[in-house]
Ligand binder design. Structure first.
Ligand code: 13P
Length: 341
């Protein structure tokens, strides 16, 4: 199956009342892990690449790996998404390469660090929407700022000081015409999200409910949604790692979000932890090992298990069976409903 727009995946998820995990990739083994998990669970998938990942892979390698995925897994609907585009130029280069979805993160300035004002965010996001929709490509925007830094991107602000304002969210969606809205609810990228199991004071799920009440037809996106499983941290530390005590977003909280309009859930850190733990274990137990397949294979397997578990918990498992809508047809739909605000 050719790659499809992320909008189609999210519309299907809304119809079915489930969420779709968006998993970050940096290499072949991660793409393989996601695709195998998708096949075993019959799940549609969103594969996403940050700017850092595009730089690391030289994105043409990454793109061709994704084409291989469409050939080898024809039964799986796949969307290829630009995670945290820092400028219209980044998004346009992804669209030109063949990404079927882009995030224009205008919540930050192009340096990917400085919080931007509302009018700037509206302007750049709308600019990307016009270009992307003309080609049937999906656009995710973000309002409010996450804490933490990922691949050099992130304001590293106090996440609670920049939560998404529900009224602003309504205006933002109307004026930009985005397909999906990333909301800031106290999460941050990376392993160090919370110092204890999060309560509603630091992980403000009620904010999602408020936004969903005002924007019932907008697909919401949760970033920073790794659960940071204790067993993976313990395994890394057992085999020579040094990760401090930390807590992520409990899967039950994500499921609560899914009941209130969350359709895309970003997960990167959990997969990094799983692969690191597996590599450390092999190298600790077999210090003589130097064939990289000896540790990359268990690492790929470990990531596949995490992705499968998330696909099942988010409800996307068993939902791969729909026909692709060509991007040209998506573009036609957008032409019929232009943004007028
Ligand atoms: P985690 O660091 O929690 O996996 O979040 C990833 C993310 O939001 C990518 O945009």
């Amino acid at each position: 199956m050719a790659m499809v727009s992320m909008r189609q995946l999210l519309d299907e998820a809304a119809k079915g009342g489930y969420g779709v995990g968006a998993f970050n990739v940096n290499n072949m083994e991660q793409i393989q892990a996601i695709m195998e998990a998708a096949r075993e669970t019959k799940s549609p998938v969103i594969v996403q690449a940050s700017r850092g990942a595009r730089g690391y892979t030289n994105d043409r390698f990454l793109y061709h790996l994704m084409l291989a995925a469409t050939e080898l897994y024809p039964e799986i609907p796949i969307a290829l998404h630009q995670d945290h585009g820092n400028s219209p130029e980044t998004c346009i280069s992804a669209i030109e390469m063949g990404f079927t979805s882009v995030m224009m993160d205008g919540s930050l300035m192009p340096d990917g660090k400085t919080p931007a004002d509302f009018e700037y965010n509206v302007r750049v996001t709308r600019e990307v929407v016009e270009i992307a929709h003309a080609r049937g490509v999906t656009v995710e925007g973000e309002l409010g700022c996450l804490g933490g830094i990922e691949d050099g991107h992130g304001a590293d602000v106090d996440a609670l000081a920049h939560l998404t304002d529900p009224d602003e969210a309504v205006e933002f969606v109307e004026r930009t015409g985005i397909d999906a809205l990333a909301v800031a609810i106290g999460t941050s990228h990376g392993a160090y999200k919370f110092t204890k199991k999060p309560t509603g004071e630091v992980l403000v799920m009620s904010r999602i409910e408020e936004i969903n009440r005002k924007l019932p037809n907008t697909h919401l996106v949760m970033h920073g949604s790794s659960s940071v499983p204790k067993e993976l941290i313990d395994m890394i530390n057992k085999y020579g790692g040094k990760i401090k005590e930390t807590y992520g977003v409990p899967v039950e909280e994500i499921q609560r979000g899914i009941r209130h309009g969350v359709r895309k859930i970003n997960v990167d850190t959990d997969n990094r932890l799983a692969m690191t733990a597996a590599v450390r274990k092999v190298l600790f137990e077999k210090p003589e090992e130097f064939d990289l397949r000896g540790y990359m294979k268990p690492a790929r397997e470990a990531m596949k298990e995490v992705v499968k578990a998330r696909m099942i918990s988010f409800g996307q498992a068993g939902n791969a069976g729909y026909a692709p809508i060509p991007l040209e047809q998506m573009a036609q739909k957008y032409r019929e409903q232009p943004v007028t605000a």
